[in-house]
Design a protein around this ligand. Structure first.
Ligand code: CTP
Length: 399
């Protein structure tokens, strides 16, 4: 296999699955990558550095304060040289340290300094994997942009049967491949809207909707990972801004409209994933409205249709909208695609199980301006984001 120009730094931590990391290094070297291994002390209890050194063809790094290693390799050099960082196997301990911002050995120090994408492959006992602290740590890492490879199920070295096995080296190598390949949005500047908007009734009450913002944030995360510049205009959510994404926080539809108009000029494409409130109260009471005796009426006036307004002066930019429907999914979505002058629309039935507002999954159909239709099965919002960009690239290149 011809040499690639990619450097993969592999962090090996102390678990019985270390033996699979040996095979992983062999596979990646065979695929033509330059592989640099960092071992923790725990890992060296399971496999010797010599094994990794022989297979990778490079000295194994392990000590932060070892002068020879520091002058030959250097922890910042290691961090900068990586096109991709992989931790396999990742113990509960290393995951906790990264999530806590601790850098007390070479691996955690290099990780803290790297700007490369990081793939973490946890492997541990099933009860450790189920531990809520570990799960919270993984969610935190995912939120800030680390890629987590789910452990496989099966017989575990500790004698238990269940989830916790390090996936086979071939599976990890395929994921490495996928992450390395995806720089296909480089040069694009995505403007993405996400979350709900809030329309104030009085100082303590508002009209809003059930959008969590998860789909928009997944789209921002995926676009940034694939090399795009991303600005995320977001209504109020409980989500952290993905790494490498510029966040503009707004509350109301009018604020979102203003922010989008300001960013539109510099964008090459827009993804409107926000669930914008279509109406707002005609007036916002300055003081909290007191309870009265009879029924009360609230007068509403329409908010601007943000994406429709963009569709009227596109200037060659691609517009992707969403259609949240509860009936006649594709017909309603096709109508919105036409009426808002969109290039693509992602339709989902929000009443269907697995496709609702707050979940981590979605079932969507993508329609495009050329009549192309792609019905997708249930998948994570992260996977759906990638499928949307695959369709976007295909549409752009006329495929
Ligand atoms: N949208 C927008 N501004 C609005 C309303 C919607 O930019 N005021 C965008 C959404 O971000 C989405 C698309 O338009 O990309 C469709 O949103 P949706 O709420 O499904 O459609 P509406 O046009 O509001 O139609 P309806 O609520 O009648 O189904």
């Amino acid at each position: 296999m011809a040499a690639t120009d990619k450097t993969i730094v592999i962090g090996v931590t102390g678990g019985i699955a270390c033996y699979k990391a040996v095979e992983l290094v062999r596979l990646l070297v065979k695929a033509g990558h330059r592989v640099q291994v960092i071992m923790t002390r725990g890992a060296m209890e399971f496999v010797t550095p010599l094994t990794f050194q022989t297979l990778s063809g490079h000295p194994v790094a392990s000590e932060t304060f070892n002068l020879t290693q520091e002058s030959e390799i250097g922890h910042i050099n290691l961090a900068d040289s990586a096109d991709l960082f992989v931790i396999a196997p990742a113990t509960a301990n290393i995951i906790g340290k990264i999530a806590g911002g601790i850098a007390d050995d070479l691996l955690t120090t290099v990780l803290m300094a790297t700007q490369a994408p990081v793939l973490i492959a946890p492997a541990m006992n099933i009860h450790m994997y189920d531990n809520p602290i570990l799960q919270e740590n993984l969610r935190k890492l995912h939120r800030v942009g680390y890629h987590i490879l789910e452990p496989a199920e099966g017989f575990l070295a500790c004698g238990y049967e269940g989830k916790g096995r390090l996936p086979d080296p071939e599976v990890i190598a395929a994921e490495v491949d996928r992450l390395l390949r995806k720089n296909d949005l480089t040069g694009e500047r995505f403007l993405i809207t996400a979350g709900p908007t809030r329309e104030a009734i009085d100082p303590v009450r508002y009209i809003s909707n059930r959008s969590s913002g998860k789909m928009g944030y997944a789209l921002a995360r995926a676009a940034a990972r694939r090399g795009a510049d991303v600005v995320l205009v977001s209504g109020p959510t409980a989500l952290a801004c993905p790494a490498g994404v510029r966040l503009v926080s707004v509350t109301t539809a009018v604020e979102m409209h203003d922010a989008v108009n300001k960013e539109f000029g510099a964008a090459t494409a827009v993804v409107a994933a926000a669930a914008v409130a279509d109406y707002r109260p005609v007036a916002t009471a300055e003081q909290k409205i007191k309870r009265g005796k009879g029924p009360m009426e609230l007068r509403l006036e329409p908010n601007p249709d943000i994406v429709k307004a963009l569709g009227e002066h596109k200037n060659g930019k691609l517009l992707i909208g969403f259609a949240a429907e509860t009936q006649d999914l594709t017909a309603n979505a096709a109508k919105k695609l036409r009426e808002k002058n969109l290039d693509m629309i992602v339709a989902n039935n929000v009443a269907e199980a697995g496709s609702g507002f707050d979940g981590d999954t979605n079932i969507a159909t993508i329609l495009d301006r050329n009549g192309g239709t792609q019905a997708l099965p249930l998948m994570s919002k992260d996977d759906l984001a990638d499928r949307i960009y695959d369709h976007f690239l295909a549409l752009k290149s006329g495929r």
